[in-house]
Design a protein around this ligand. Structure first.
Ligand code: 5GP
Length: 191
């Protein structure tokens, strides 16, 4: 287990299209806590509007694999069977925690389970969309994904929803304001 650090680790997961990013963005600004979002590395292509170093560090697959083998990732995963990798950089997390930050990881369920092995006291929050129909509608409204990708994401989402019960807290994103408030309340309680 890692040495206890000054900050806290917060893990947030939820199916794609649960509105997770919007809720999280608001929570980072509005919760009265020193929250810091950990920027993951990925080999997938940036979507329109995504900036390198802000949404993700967009890196080539060769570089990802090299850094993974060098042990630079606290956790990593190949998502959706597309051959794209995602991972949390160990160094940034440790630096944030040592500086007393509450480091927030927005990662998938498998990654979360991997992080819990080394950080069992992490606060875990699973964000659910209002309903499966709502989830599908949001994915389609985004208009950036092919049908095959949507189907794959829905399949992943259904299985992710089942594992949501492994998290300390479940938040339903029925309305953004309410979900943000609930997340701030959970974090203020610090567990
Ligand atoms: P997207 O491609 O839509 O940005 O993200 C797809 C999925 O990858 C989401 O479920 C997101 O939580 C997950 N993800 C993003 N970064 C990481 C990471 O560093 N590690 C893991 N395990 N999953 C991640």
């Amino acid at each position: 287990m890692d040495t206890p650090a000054a900050g806290k680790l917060v893990i947030i997961s939820g199916p794609s299209g649960a509105g997770k990013s919007t809720v999280l963005e608001r929570a980072l600004k509005e919760c009265q806590l020193p929250l810091e979002l950990s920027v993951s590395a990925t080999t997938r292509q940036p979507r329109p509007g995504e900036a390198d170093g802000v949404s993700y560090y967009f890196i080539a697959k060769d570089e990802f694999i090299e850094r993974k083998e060098a042990g630079e990732f606290l956790e990593w995963k190949e998502v959706f069977g597309r051959g794209d990798y995602y991972g949390t950089l160990r160094k940034a997390v440790t630096a944030g925690l040592n500086a007393g930050k509450w480091v927030v990881l927005e990662i998938d369920v498998e990654g979360a389970m991997m992080v819990l092995e080394s950080h069992p006291n992490a606060i875990t929050i699973f964000i659910h969309p209002g309903s499966p129909e709502e989830l599908e509608r949001r994915l389609r409204d985004r208009g950036t994904e092919a049908e095959e990708t949507i189907q794959r994401r829905l399949e992943v989402a259904r299985s992710e929803m089942k594992v949501g019960s492994k998290y300390n807290h479940q938040v339903v994103n029925d309305t953004i304001d309410r979900a943000v408030q609930e997340i701030c309340d959970i974090l203020s309680r610090g567990e």
